[in-house]
Design a protein around this ligand. Structure first.
Ligand SMILES: Nc1ncnc2c1ncn2[C@@H]1O[C@H](COP(=O)(O)OP(=O)(O)O)[C@@H](O)[C@H]1O
Ligand SMILES: [Mg+2]
Length: 221
């Protein structure tokens, strides 16, 4: 039985630049079930990041309906979106998006501060699991790319999210390190039952997902 975590219904997004509307998403219908592992592919500029940002409650659609866990969040205020984000979503980015002047441990603790829940034992547990227990007090610029992405993965897991959104998580890594990061992401889905939506350019990486969605000119093809 399908068990929808989220549903998009005719989602559209346009950007206005000096009075002209540029459509980016042109009617997206998508259901993501709990436990899914989906790869999102498509040419540069096709709207992948825009779609991920809407699903990630970082941006709102121009029109259409977005149901997250059966709640319509498409007209939520930015503070209510932030709450959904902090409670339910984890983010992994191509360029890691770590805070440079915070230590590894502090970076991982950050999502807990937004919820007002300091969770030091959970941060230690995640950093141990990801092989970073010797790096707790390092700054991000003292780490390799693969280590930085593992810090970002630990951070994404701190609040025990339902859904992990990854925007080209291996895009800044060499292929061997990228494969190591993918093994972690696959385990998050298989072992920890996390629902994952991952943008990638790389067909071999996309094949590790259960389902591949192709975006072209703002539509799913
Ligand atoms: N904040 C913005 N303002 C105006 N145009 C934007 C904005 N964000 C994205 N775009 C445009 O929307 C299109 C899709 O961008 P994006 O979602 O980043 O594509 P992708 O991730 O597939 O490369 C591009 O043409 C981009 O220039
Ligand atoms: Mg993008």
């Amino acid at each position: 039985m399908s068990n929808p975590l989220l549903q998009l219904k005719d989602i559209r997004k346009s950007y206005e630049i000096s009075g002209t509307l540029y459509p980016v998403l042109q009617g997206i219908d998508l259901q993501i079930n709990r436990g899914d592992f989906i790869a999102l592919m498509g040419p540069s500029g096709s709207g992948k990041s825009t779609l991920l940002n809407i699903i990630g409650c970082l941006d709102t659609p121009t029109s259409g309906q977005y149901l997250f866990d059966s709640t319509d969040v498409s007209r939520f205020s930015s503070s209510k979106l932030a709450e959904i984000r902090n409670r339910n979503l984890g983010f992994i980015f191509q360029n890691f998006n770590l805070i440079p002047n915070l230590s590894v441990l502090e970076n991982v603790l950050l999502p807990g501060f937004y919820l007002g829940q300091e969770n030091i034992s959970k941060a230690h547990e995640l950093l141990n699991l990801l092989g970073l227990d010797q790096k707790l007090n390092r700054r991000p610029n003292e780490l390799s790319g693969g280590q930085r992405q593992r810090v970002a993965i630990a951070r994404s897991l701190l609040n025990n999210p339902d859904l992990i959104l990854a925007d080209e998580p291996t895009g800044a890594l060499d292929s061997k390190t990228g494969q190591e990061i993918m093994n972690i992401i696959v385990q998050l889905n298989q072992k920890d039952k996390k629902t994952i939506l991952m943008v990638t350019h790389d067909r071999n990486i996309a094949k590790m997902a259960h389902r591949i969605i192709n975006l072209s000119d703002g539509k799913i093809t």
